[in-house]
Design a protein around this ligand. Structure first.
Ligand code: SAM
Length: 207
């Protein structure tokens, strides 16, 4: 499978100029629904992981402390530009979701939209999300997933060799991934294309 972090950095830097054309309108409702599942409070410290061009920004409350990281410098530049145009204070920087540059238990909310199916090692990404989340923190996920009750068949796995290299993995299963990483799923809502795209709200499972 041709899906590495170096390749993702390169291809998303190439996609950055056209990303909004493809993803802004298509994912507007799913991302609003996903963020609507979070219980927001003023002053919360929030991290967007694999934040892209910042298409989540319009749907986030203003009275939060917002941080954003992305592997691709071109994405970070666009996100910073969007934040400035919106008059929002966002700490945006280049960052690998597999090595978050933050201390343990630092965030009230971690948002992972359309990143778990992209990064080569989602288990590592979720372990990092769990590490930086407070013990009562919330993980907000929106992505495409294979149904939890059956692993991907041969045809889907074959197609995945192509889709994971140019777009996204289509074989990942939400519940095994999140529960395996130590999260308890509180909400799981189909948001697009039947139940292909789901919005999940999870919290760290108490030790
Ligand atoms: C499909 S886009 C989603 C962007 C944004 N979250 C959204 O909802 O529009 C995937 C993003 O993940 C970023 N990405 C891929 N691998 C990453 C990694 N290991 N760490 C951080 N960001 C990563 C890409 O650069 C790209 O911006």
């Amino acid at each position: 499978m041709f899906n590495t972090t170096a390749w993702n950095r390169l291809r998303y830097s190439l996609y950055a100029p056209v990303y909004d054309v493809v993803a802004e309108r298509a994912f507007r409702r799913p991302r609003r629904e996903a963020l609507g599942q979070v219980t927001w409070q003023p002053g919360m410290r929030v991290l967007l992981v694999g934040a892209g061009t910042g298409l989540d920004l319009p749907w986030l409350p203003r009275d939060i402390e917002l941080h954003a990281g992305d592997l691709s410098p071109a994405m970070v530049t666009r996100l910073a530009r969007r934040a400035q145009a919106m008059g929002r204070d966002v700490q945006a920087r280049e960052m690998d979701a597999e090595r978050l540059d933050f201390p343990d238990a630092h965030f009230d909310v971690v948002v992972m939209h359309l990143i778990l199916a992209v990064m080569p090692d989602p288990v590592r990404g979720l372990a990092e999300a769990r590490r930086v989340l407070r013990k009562d923190g919330q993980l907000c996920v929106m992505d495409k997933f294979q149904p939890d009750d059956r692993p991907a068949g041969l045809a889907r796995r074959s197609l995945n060799a192509l889709t994971s290299a140019i777009a996204t993995d289509i074989t990942r299963q939400a519940r095994p991934l999140l529960e395996g990483a130590g999260f308890t799923i509180e909400q799981d809502t189909p948001v697009m294309m039947g139940s292909l795209f789901r919005a999940l709200l999870a919290r760290p499972t108490p030790a």
